[in-house]
Design a protein around this ligand. Sequence first.
Ligand SMILES: [Zn+2]
Length: 265
Amino acid sequence: MLTVVFHEGYLRRYPTGAVETPARARAVISKLKNHYPVVTPDPARKEDVLRAHEPEHLVRVQLEGMDVLEAAFLAAGGALCAARLALSGRTAFAAIRPPGHHAGRNRYGGFCFFNNMAVAIRSLLETGAVQSAAVVDIDMHRGDGTAEILGGDPRVQLVDMTLADGAQFVDRLMTRLALLPDVDVIGVSAGFDLHVQDWGNLLTNRDYHRIGRALGETARRKARGRLFALLEGGYTAHELGKAVLAFCRGLEGKEFPGAPPEGRP
Ligand SMILES: [Zn+2]
């Protein structure tokens, strides 16, 4: 069964963009907690964050204030927790904020402070827990920070979907996943801002279910079932919980939420 990573700290307010609200995390956890066990993570350690960022980067984030710094460490800790769960055979979804995929080695922006995915993947690689990894980014925006930190690493395959257009998004993703080599773990930067009721105005909850299903199948075929997903974008709180649940059900290979069990009329 899928496991959710969540901390009450993800519901705190801290100085950031007006749309990156605690309501986002609240919408996701209030849906997922009715379906899945929830694990509470510890904050990341400084040494974990320094695997992906320069020391000056931490100083600069600290200048944003302690609220921001604590939130950033807690989100990165959620990513590390989800990655470790994946290695123990439990598919994990981390309902974290702030998001991370725009944070580069020595810069931040786009509501991101630490690159949660890069911190998690680098930690797995540098502790020898895995030898290879794939990162699939389904957010509306390019994971430029992730590309900057992990892009030159031959152990990491990056699948960036932001060049896909229109209704072909899901088909393009499937083509890209079919081309992936076998890896030790798959991390998904799971942004939901391409939702029909969000900025991208493109993907339905059924599409997110198909995307989850394709990713889950790919993980079972090519990564011994080891997959974790981290919340990135997605700003329409009242739809975000439903979209994430549909995605998670897809990851598990289960039917769309609310649909009758397969095999029945
Ligand atoms: Zn985005």
